[in-house]
Ligand binder design. Structure first.
Ligand SMILES: Cc1ncc(COP(=O)(O)O)c(C=O)c1O
Length: 385
């Protein structure tokens, strides 16, 4: 730290210089991110609520009501009449909360101490963090030939130590939706906590269904589903950080509650103590502003771009890994490994991401990638081919 105060203009100059090193979504060159430019209205609201702290909700009663309203709206989107949960920092924190709820519930009601969680090979790495922090063992369920959970392998993985099963609605690498209905039945029959990670798909699957896309059921209409992660800071267009965790029953929050003696509430179930109310307010505002209609239109546009990109890749001769279900396309050159292709694209100033399972270039068709960017990218890919 400097000894003496420094003039604002000097600080700003330094920060602007550093900020200019960041890539800008608006350039349309960030191809692998699941985040995008937040909507300006959401940013405006976020700024207004920067002073609020939902860790002490008795002091911020209005903002707490806003969080409750957002949780209700997301719950409704996911076919749940009475939702419980929180707006948190992102999919990672939401998943950790879900696994913590499952572990504590199994410990309290089933006496399981050395618990296990079953996750697919395609699960986001946040579950590894959750297992590490919560002292749980990970048991991996295999994927089938279509890169979705192999339900038979999942069945084999169940033991008397299983505290949770996890499935994904919109996998990080390929955007695929697991057979959630089948898994929900299995979890329900075996009385095992079932968490759906829809961090990516939660803000698009319901809207794509509204637009006539034939996508599988993934939400609370399935009786086995206990919790769902949904991230407003991905396709919801809320500013980072905004993740959502929705629980079917309040008891899942209750089993995580710890005493919070000096605060305006007696207990706290969230992982984070002091936490931003701005994320809830911005999410509330943007959900109202778009409405179901606005999000549906946007989801359909993203899918249009996705299908356009996939079709044209095939036309040039690239091989796509699977037909896209959501707005992700993963592909390979028939004779060049993905890392070499990624390097060539990086040299042409595209910010690409390489999927691990299977190894492939992965493009997430977020709002900042427009048709004209895709045309440029396809031209470059044609040159490389
Ligand atoms: C399916 C899924 N779950 C969880 C996460 C983690 O979300 P976050 O990075 O917001 O913590 C991601 C991030 O991409 C994801 O794709």
């Amino acid at each position: 730290m400097d000894d003496k105060p420094i003039d604002k203009a000097i600080i700003l100059k330094e920060l602007d210089e550093l900020h200019s090193l960041d890539y800008d979504y608006a350039d349309g060159r960030i191809l692998g991110s699941m985040c995008t430019q937040p909507h300006p209205f959401a940013k405006e609201i976020y700024y207004k609520f920067l002073d609020t702290n939902l860790g002490d909700p008795g002091l911020f009663k209005g903002t707490k009501l806003i969080e409750n309203k957002v949780i209700d709206s997301i719950g409704e989107l996911l076919s749940l009449d009475e939702a419980h949960g929180n707006i948190v920092t992102g999919g990672t924190e939401a998943n950790i909360m879900a696994i913590r709820a499952a572990r504590n519930h199994a410990r309290k009601y089933k006496g399981i101490v050395d618990g296990e969680i079953i996750i697919p090979d395609s699960a986001h790495f946040s579950f590894k963090k959750a297992a590490d922090m919560l002292n749980l063992k990970i048991v991996e369920a295999k994927l089938d030939d279509n890169y979705k959970i192999d339900v038979e392998s999942l069945k084999q993985a169940i033991s008397d130590k299983t505290v949770a099963i996890v499935a994904i609605a919109g996998t990080t690498e390929l955007g695929l939706i697991d057979p959630i209905e089948e898994i929900s039945e299995m979890a329900h029959e075996n009385n095992i906590y079932f968490h759906v990670d829809a961090a990516f798909g939660g803000f698009s699957i319901p809207f794509l269904k509204d637009m006539g896309y034939d996508l599988p059921v993934f939400d609370f209409s399935l009786p086995g589903v206990c919790s769902i992660t949904v991230d407003p800071h991905k396709m919801g267009l809320a500013p980072v950080p905004a993740g959502g965790i929705i629980f079917r029953k309040e008891e899942y929050l209750d089993v995580m509650a710890v005493d919070s003696p000096y605060l305006t509430v007696k207990t706290q179930s969230t992982i984070v103590g002091t936490r931003l109310g701005a994320s809830s307010a911005a999410t509330y505002a943007i959900m109202k502003y778009f409405g179901r209609e606005g999000y549906s239109k946007m989801a359909a546009e993203l899918m249009d771009n996705t299908l356009y990109f996939a079709e044209n890749l095939k036309r040039i001769g690239y091989e796509i890994i699977c037909e896209p279900e959501l707005n992700i396309v993963a592909f390979n050159h028939p004779d060049m490994d993905a890392h070499t292709l990624a390097e060539k694209l990086e040299k042409l100033d595209w910010r690409v991401s390489v999927a691990k399972c299977p190894v492939a270039i992965r493009v997430v068709l977020m709002n900042h990638i427009k048709k004209h960017h895709l045309k440029e990218l396809l031209e470059d890919l044609k040159e490389i081919f």
